[in-house]
Write a protein that binds this ligand. Structure first.
Ligand code: 2AM
Length: 188
């Protein structure tokens, strides 16, 4: 299966980001309207895995059971356009708050994945929630328009992160479909 590890969003931050998405969709982007991520698909990616065999899935689940999630308070803070240079491919909400705890979580997950032979992410982890994906080229100069249109939305409501999920992604003509394969709760 095609899989990734992520944090599923609670209802309150999801509703807030839905409002941000509405503001994004009202910005004229010179005919290159991005595809808005369906609100039920909004998530924070911790690690993209790609194709994972059934045996790897079992090993991964066993390994991820040992990961400690320090509960953390986070909120969405500002709009970002990724990658940082060149044509915009993704419009995302940045996350702020107890980012140290989040980085510690990502480091543990990377370590589990490395031990099982998954490719280690070399780029620094940049916590973001993708709100829209460009269907065709979106000029960098439009970043300012997107940021102005959403300026009043920040900061978003605080939410607690206490668990993460292994998620299956099935690519369909109408967009990706996600399914939670396993939930990893923080120790009580
Ligand atoms: P993105 O939101 O920044 O695009 C599921 O596809 C999730 O995995 C997405 O949130 C996506 O991040 C992330 N991801 C990271 N690397 C990816 C890759 N090479 N292909 C597809 N998705 C990737």
């Amino acid at each position: 299966m095609r899989a990734f590890i992520a944090i599923a969003l609670a209802q309150r931050p999801r509703e807030h980001l839905r409002e941000v998405q509405k503001a994004i969709s009202l910005v004229p982007l010179s005919g290159s309207s991005p595809s808005i991520v369906p609100p039920e698909n909004l998530h924070l990616t911790l690690k993209f895995l790609g194709e994972v065999s059934p045996m790897q899935t079992d090993d991964l689940i066993a390994s991820l059971r040992g990961v400690t999630v320090l509960p953390m308070a986070m909120h969405a803070e500002g709009l970002d356009c990724l990658p940082p240079r060149g044509r915009i491919r993704v419009v995302a909400a940045n996350l702020a708050g107890e980012v140290g705890h989040l980085i510690a979580l990502v480091d543990q997950i990377e370590q589990c994945c490395r031990q099982l032979g998954f490719v280690t992410e070399e780029r620094p982890y940049r916590p973001h929630i993708t709100l829209a994906r460009a269907r065709s080229d979106v000029k960098r100069s439009l970043q300012e328009d997107l940021q102005t249109a959403t300026a009043s939305a920040w900061p978003g409501p605080d939410f607690q992160i206490t668990d993460f999920v292994l998620m299956q992604s099935t690519l369909k003509a109408g967009g990706a479909e996600y399914r939670v394969v396993e939930l990893f709760p923080s120790p009580k």
